[in-house]
Design a protein around this ligand. Structure first.
Ligand code: MF3
Ligand code: CO
Length: 267
């Protein structure tokens, strides 16, 4: 079902989205080689609880952790584990919270230490594609316009693989509301968007083939060719002239930059 939000509800959702952004910016500040994704999970869990919110993913359809931490060829829904992150890894941290009854759900892909140039490029282009999609999230455009913009920038322009099996979604009192927001598709198709429709837009882009498989744990999605995959997600409110982005990457990016400078000063 599609739920259009009131102005007040949009602002409450912004609070939830910003709690996720704040948490991820804290993660950005402390990430370094040797840290495990389980450390990140515990940190996020505590931070969210300390801010009077609960975790959306924990026990969602039986999901057994607080966050998704997807390293390298893991596309999404990676289980946090005790394997230390190492220089050259990338990790998508996907966090969902419920604050005052409203969900915030977004994700950011972090790099650990120095990463090969082609991987950096995949990270950059995937983030760019998210903003290309967001540009289309305006009143009277269609969901397919978002999908098309993301696919054009990633598959067409750079030859990357757009994951088909997983999609973005409406967001509100539920983690997943209609409509689905695929990262591939045709312009001018799909739902015509109304003001204050809130969407989680989340390109999952592979360096190689778009094909993925799910591991025996029933959750972990990986690339079939073992190549890297990147995932960024923003919570976005449809508006007349320009989408209103509820989540905020700038605080994450600032913390990321400070952390990189801090760690590189050791060399
Ligand atoms: N951002 C992802 C999504 O919207 C995360 C869901 S993980 C789950 O599907 F565990 F909650 F399923
Ligand atoms: Co999502």
């Amino acid at each position: 079902m599609i739920h259009i939000k009131t102005e007040e509800e949009v602002l409450l959702m912004q609070q939830a989205a910003l709690l996720v952004s704040n948490t991820l910016s804290q993660v950005a500040a402390i990430l370094k080689p040797g840290m495990t994704t389980l450390d990140i999970d515990q940190f996020c869990m505590q931070y969210v609880k300390d801010h009077k919110a609960t975790l959306s993913f924990y026990n969602y359809h039986g999901y057994p952790h607080h966050i998704c931490a997807s390293v390298n060829d893991v596309v999404v829904h990676g289980f946090p584990n005790k394997i230390p992150l190492k220089e050259g890894d990338i990790v998508s941290v996907d966090l969902g919270v419920i604050l005052n009854g409203w969900h915030g759900d977004h994700a950011y892909t972090f790099i650990i230490g120095e990463v090969p140039a082609d991987v950096l490029e995949l990270v950059k282009v995937t983030k760019e594609s998210l903003y290309k999609g967001i540009e289309k999230a305006i009143v009277n455009n269609r969901v397919g316009d978002i999908s098309y913009a993301i696919q054009e920038h990633t598959e067409k322009a750079h030859g990357y693989g757009v994951v088909r099996e997983l999609v973005g979604h409406g967001l509100g009192k539920s983690l997943h509301e209609d409509p689905q927001v695929p990262n591939y598709g045709k312009r001018g198709t799909g739902l015509k968007m109304k003001e204050n429709l809130v969407l989680a837009i989340e390109p999952m882009i592979n360096m190689g083939t778009h094909k993925v498989f799910t591991e025996e744990d029933g959750w972990t999605v990986k690339t079939q060719d073992g190549k890297m995959s990147v995932h960024f997600e923003h919570d976005v409110c449809v508006k007349k002239n320009e989408a209103f982005i509820l989540s905020d990457f700038s605080i994450i990016e600032a913390a990321e930059k400070a952390n990189i400078n801090l760690n590189s000063s050791y060399y």
